[in-house]
Design a protein around this ligand. Structure first.
Ligand code: DON
Length: 566
């Protein structure tokens, strides 16, 4: 990273000062497009997605190119050192879902993060080399390309290489987030990666990432082997050995993404397709929708005390189920059918009282600091043929383990914290777990990522998803009911204030300004403990409008996100 000459600056500016065609952010209308739409967390990534489709690439090609671009321009969550999930709906209605979630290394052990007294050592599971699972992103993109790619692999990685090599301008939010992590970057690394800047980063500084460009070139040339074998793998293993991590060469070679059956559910005539375990997102989302239907939440006044009381009571029960029943299906038998069954859920929600919050049967203290600098990123794409992709990807925390692989220029995830390191002990998102999500070699840690596609009368209706750790599920839930039940347009649904609860910690989180003092008082009378938060959720979504054209919604209020179509 360095300041560069005026000539190079002009070249970079061509990429970095990309001028949007329509002017966001709109209060209640998103971007409009006749045929195609991209909504991502960074204008440069959105621009690349559009360009790929204009060249004849499909939504999956665009998704692959965007994933690699985000690893350059959005290093806190865009990644090649992390993992994620993709939900794909082809224009003929075929739906498939790809799990490219990280896995525990073979050397992982159930109690590896416990100290001699049996306490979870948070620093070990969240920061530094031991925090990382085996990355899945590059294998995931390769698999998507093998199955659906139209343009060449090389062409899809070019934009990311150019941006890494030539540099791009930092946005204010990213400069700020790099500054916030300054000490963590120093603590996690044995050397000074480019992100460490003693003078501090400012908006408009240029990020040149030559090492990352060369890593991406290996991947461009050699496909998935460019990451899991050869020089990049060697650099990663060396990083592990010198930094005390346990990911081995065998772990890398053996990593495979998995095609899984989508979780499919119905809500008021709409069909929902979302991610199956090892993400909890799909099952929990269907449960939330069943609860919403059972209690008629959509008929109540939006964010009134009654609506929020019922919504919270449903959420608490769904997250309690998540804590006990969900984990990696390759290691633990998940009662999926039961959990998404209408009768099961009707019984589950039947003890919800109108005026009083149900006491948590066991009082366990959730960690109320779970919301420190989390970062994940979601993007939604529809191409001119009508193919759609919802893809959520993450390093887990902001910049993951904060370890940047020396010489290779990319961050490794700290996804091991998504396991239940000890039953009942909350992770960074305050989520607790049990046997189902205990650490085991080769196992995938439970996720909340909820990339989702909704159909109306068998046609594509909504492509949605969000970052936000535990809040992802409730955010996606709200994006759906805001539109279907509360009559909001897409952008309005994204802008709307969000609320969240998850059983433990026993708290109802509400975005600042989300409710009136009267509603607050009413909720408190019903027994809810409320904590207000600055911001929850960053939905990037695409809605098919009545005339078949597309609305792209991005969270302009809470992020740098940007949607555009053509
Ligand atoms: O997989 C999960 O559920 C978490 N690792 C996601 C982390 C996340 O969303 C951070 N976000 N803002």
């Amino acid at each position: 990273m360095k300041k560069i000459s005026v000539v190079v600056f002009l070249v970079i500016s061509l990429f970095s000062c990309y001028k949007p065609k329509t002017s966001p952010p709109q209060e209640i209308k998103g971007a409009l497009g006749e045929k195609a739409m991209v909504a991502t967390t960074h204008p440069l990534a959105t621009a690349v997605g559009l360009k790929i489709m204009k060249k004849g690439g499909n939504a999956i090609d665009a998704a692959i190119a965007i994933q690699f671009v985000l690893s350059v321009v959005y290093p806190q969550a865009g990644n090649i050192g992390g993992g994620g999930f993709a939900v794909i709906r082809l224009s003929d209605g075929e739906v498939s879902t790809l799990d490219f979630r990280e896995k525990a290394p073979e050397m992982a052990e159930k109690d590896m993060y416990l100290d001699p007294e049996g306490n979870v050592v948070k620093a070990k599971i969240r920061l530094g080399h031991l925090a990382s699972g085996v990355p899945g992103s590059v294998a995931g993109m390769w698999e998507l390309h093998q199955k659906y790619g139209q343009l060449s692999w090389s062409e899809l990685i070019n934009p990311a290489i150019k941006l890494a090599y030539n540099g791009h301008l930092l946005t204010e939010k990213i400069a700020q987030s790099l500054n916030e992590q300054h000490n963590n970057f120093q603590e996690a690394n044995r050397y000074q990666p480019w992100v460490v800047n003693e003078k501090g980063w400012n908006k408009g500084d240029t990020a040149v990432q030559k090492e990352l460009a060369s890593t991406l070139s290996f991947i461009q040339k050699n496909g998935r082997d460019g990451f899991y074998k050869g020089i990049v793998a060697d650099q990663l293993i060396k990083e592990m050995i010198l930094g005390g991590g346990i990911i081995s060469a065998k772990d890398l070679i053996n990593y495979e993404p998995v095609w899984r059956d989508p979780i499919k559910g119905f809500y008021k005539g709409y069909t929902i397709y979302s991610m199956a375990p090892p993400s909890s997102g799909g099952i929990a989302l269907i449960q939330l929708l069943k609860g919403s239907e059972y209690l008629n939440i959509g008929n109540l006044e939006f964010n009134s005390a009654e609506m929020l009381h019922y919504k919270t009571e449903v959420e608490r029960r769904v997250y309690a189920d998540r804590a006990v029943h969900l984990g990696d299906p390759d290691y633990y038998e998940i009662p999926t059918e039961a959990l998404i069954n209408r009768n099961y859920n009707n019984i589950r929600f039947s003890n919800i009282k109108k005026r009083k919050k149900t006491a948590s049967s066991k009082v366990m203290e959730g960690d109320v600091t779970p919301y420190e600098s989390p970062e994940t990123t979601h993007f939604s794409i529809v191409d001119p043929e009508g193919n759609a992709v919802a893809l959520t990807t993450t390093l887990n925390g902001s910049y993951g383990s904060r370890v940047m692989v020396k010489g290779a220029g990319f961050f490794l995830n700290n996804e091991m914290d998504d396991f239940s390191a000890k039953p009942g002990v909350p992770n960074i998102y305050g989520l607790i777990g049990s046997k189902a999500n205990a650490i085991a070699p080769g196992k995938r840690m439970l996720s909340s990522m909820t990339p989702t596609i909704v159909e109306k009368e068998s046609s594509l209706f909504l492509v949605t998803g969000s970052p936000g750790g535990a809040t992802i599920i409730t955010t996606v839930f709200q994006s759906i009911i805001n539109i279907i039940d509360f009559g909001m347009g897409l952008q309005e649904a994204i802008n709307a204030k969000k609320t969240h609860s998850q059983w433990l910690p026993d708290i109802l989180f509400i975005e600042n300004g989300g409710i009136s003092p009267e509603v607050q008082l009413d909720l408190e009378k019903r027994g809810h403990s409320i904590i207000f938060k600055e911001s929850m959720s960053k939905i990037n979504a695409v809605l098919v409008l009545e005339d078949g054209s597309l609305e792209g919604g991005a969270d302009y209020l809470r992020s740098d996100s940007y949607a555009e179509g053509f």
